[in-house]
Design a protein around this ligand. Structure first.
Ligand SMILES: [Zn+2]
Length: 593
């Protein structure tokens, strides 16, 4: 039965290009999942965009002498290019500076406010005396009042680990311009998270056995200490607060995290409008049979397992204060929060400032997207922090992609193409033939089951096992020695090509680019698995901006399909580049330190 699947992918912050740590957390895993779900016959809506508001972008823009919008424009395009280059099949990758997004973020605010889950509060805010702007907590540095460490930040002390308020710091200094901030009363809105303690508790308990244990454990632990959370800031860059007396205040905006999490919904609504059926988003958001999967790195669990479900509940009128759904109607909570752990780089944390970083665009300039996608699937931070090393990348590329999968494709297709020109017919099958065919056909079930649960490492390992067994089969059967027994040679190559076809299908979610090549080599016509593209769009004739979208309804189906004898074979092209071991030292010398 076809199901509606929302793939909600974390929104990259538009302050720089993406590095491979970012895309190993949210990007590649969400695409593997979405491609599998489409192949399994489900109706996938995969949405995201760049997160463009907030103080860090404002600060960086000030430093560069450009406006926040100009900075966001630049990195929105850069990030969209990075993600398109990796083949990530977004139905819509948009941005938070659209009119549509402003309207939906304000609608969610109003719904929560009308139901009593948002209340005003006077707080002491740090302000930069020279420009009157609020200084965000983490841009204030000083001495920790608890342990005396002199590099404590306004939100926490990295030395003793205690949470702080900026006003507690001794000798606070702005990290932006070195000034001593002044503290002044300022009115803000708070989201009443404690009012959702019960709702969130039963919501999370119902996910036992379903979510990755690390994610659920983390989310359940947060429940013990739910505090009201500020949802507005003194800042001129962001979504205005949609209340009389607030709407026109130039220095009061929604806190960037509040508008960013609404992006999943606003992007779905934008997608529906662009698709020609403005109500179509409701099938993914107001449908008891639909499922919503949210992909992110573990630093974002709190927003997706706690705060966003609380916001949706409050908008729906479900929480300690009751209420009724807002004008969009009641909205579905996430079915699953799929969080990855962190990727480190040669034993160190990624750091753009210290040049411990590999940007996606630099990577793609030298290596294929599928090589990185493979590494992330098989060795990425799915369940624990993992380390990217160039040595392992080269080893896996050469040993697994090139020597195992590429070699199987190349020798099966080239031998069959050279000797017969088309897919040969099988004669009587031997036990070994039947065993391999069965092994391959039977792998669809277990590999698919792992993919449905976002267990990507298990899934690709199982698929690669089939490839290894096929290589072993060819080594044992030695079809190249059977020049005088064409009938037997045809049978062996038929079996090998059938397994190549099966394996190409099972590897498509992970390696769409090379699977498309294998499809064409085996005589496939048309598109197998669609690839994303960037397009410039606008709102009501306004300023154009790029989005990622695509037509992903290719021929790819998650099933064994019998190959057809007589289908002409295209001459094989190399699937993957074999890397010179010297690459390791070249890449290490590019890294800083
Ligand atoms: Zn401290």
């Amino acid at each position: 039965m076809s199901q509606h699947i929302l793939t909600a992918v974390a929104w990259p912050y538009a302050n720089g290009p993406r590095h491979i740590g970012h895309v190993s957390g949210f990007g590649v895993p969400s695409d593997i999942f979405s491609r599998y779900q489409r192949m399994a016959g489900n109706k996938v809506l995969m949405v995201s965009g760049t997160d463009e508001h907030g103080t860090p972008i404002q600060v960086q823009a000030d430093n560069e002498g450009v406006t926040a919008k100009e900075l966001a424009d630049r990195y929105n395009r850069v990030i969209a290019e990075d993600l398109t280059g990796l083949g990530l099949s977004y139905d819509l990758f948009t941005r938070t500076t659209t009119k549509n997004h402003y309207a939906i973020a304000q609608e969610i605010f109003k719904g929560l406010y009308d139901n009593g889950y948002i209340f005003p509060k006077i707080t002491m805010g740090a302000i930069s005396p020279s420009n009157g702007r609020t200084l965000p907590d983490r841009y204030i540095e000083g001495t920790c009042p608890i342990c005396g460490y002199d590099g404590a930040r306004g939100d926490q002390c990295d030395n003793c680990g205690n949470q702080l308020d900026p006003i507690q710091l001794i000798n606070p200094v702005s990290r932006v311009n070195g000034e001593t901030p002044i503290f002044a009363e300022t009115e803000h809105f708070m989201l009443d998270l404690p009012a959702f303690a019960e709702v969130l508790g039963s919501y999370l308990q119902s996910k036992q056995g379903e979510w990755r244990p690390n994610v659920l454990k983390f989310a359940l632990n947060l429940l013990g200490d739910l505090q009201p959370r500020a949802i507005s800031r003194d800042l001129d860059w962001g979504v205005p607060i949609p209340l009389d007396g607030w709407r026109d205040q130039p220095n009061k905006r929604l806190y960037v995290w509040f508008d960013a999490v609404v992006g999943y919904l606003s992007a779905s609504i934008e997608w529906a409008r662009r698709s020609g059926d403005p109500e179509a988003w409701r099938q993914w958001w107001q449908n008891p049979d639909a499922r919503g999967y949210y992909f992110m790195g573990k630093d974002n669990i709190v927003f997706h397992a706690e705060i966003w479900p609380a916001m949706l509940s409050g908008y729906n009128g479900v929480g300690a204060r009751g209420g009724s759904p807002g004008s969009l109607g009641a909205l579905d909570l996430p079915s699953e929060v799929v969080s990855s752990e962190f990727l480190t780089m040669e034993g160190k944390k990624f750091s753009s400032s210290r040049q411990v970083v590999i940007y996606v665009r630099d990577f793609l300039a030298r290596y294929d997207a599928d090589a990185l996608r493979y590494y992330i699937a098989v060795a990425g931070p799915e369940n624990q922090d993992t380390d990217f090393t160039w040595q392992e990348f080269v080893n896996r590329n050469n040993g697994e992609l090139v020597a195992a999968w590429g070699n199987l494709v190349n020798r099966s297709v080239s031998m069959a193409a050279k000797n017969f020109g088309s897919i040969p017919e099988a004669g009587e099958l031997s036990d070994a033939d039947r065993a391999l065919l069965e092994r391959s056909r039977n792998a669809f079930g277990p590999v698919g089951a792992e993919l449905r649960r976002s267990r990507f490492k298990n899934a690709i390992t199982e698929a690669l096992d089939v490839v290894r067994e096929a290589n072993k089969y060819l080594a044992e059967q030695e079809p190249w020695k059977l020049k005088d027994d064409t009938a037997r040679q045809k049978s062996i190559l038929h079996v090998a090509l059938q397994v190549v076809d099966d394996a190409k299908t099972m590897l498509t979610p992970f390696l769409p680019g090379s699977s498309n090549k294998v499809y064409a080599m085996l005589g496939g016509q048309g598109v197998w698995s669609g690839m994303p593209e960037m397009r410039d769009v606008d709102e009501d004739g306004g300023e154009p901006y790029p989005v990622i979208t695509g037509d992903y309804d290719g021929a790819a189906r998650w099933e064994h399909q019998p190959i057809k004898p007589g289908t002409p074979l295209a001459p094989p092209v190399p699937l993957f580049k074999k890397l010179d071991p010297k690459v390791v030292n070249e890449e290490l010398s590019r890294l800083g330190e």
